[in-house]
Design a protein around this ligand. Structure first.
Ligand SMILES: [Zn+2]
Length: 78
């Protein structure tokens, strides 16, 4: 589970981007921290980079398919 200390710098969001799940090896639609809904592994990724494939380090195939879900989205200043 992701950790943080200064919660006043995080804001809860109902954006649908947090509901979408993405297959292994697909392009991350947003930069941020993603969580595998099957095994709980978390990764940070830049926008447009490829989400880790089926053999990501701790994912046991017995846990089922890797499904990456956006957990934290960074908001950049304009
Ligand atoms: Zn996994």
């Amino acid at each position: 589970m992701a950790l943080y200390k200064h919660g006043n710098y995080l804001t809860q969001s109902q954006d649908a981007a947090f509901d979408a799940v993405h297959g292994p090896g697909t392009a991350a639609p947003h930069p941020g921290i993603y969580r595998c809904t099957s095994c709980g592994d978390e990764i940070a990724i830049a926008g447009g980079h490829t989400l880790p494939p089926q053999n990501h380090r701790q994912h046991n195939p017995a846990n089922g398919q890797i499904r990456w879900q956006l957990l934290v989205y960074p908001v950049q200043q304009r």
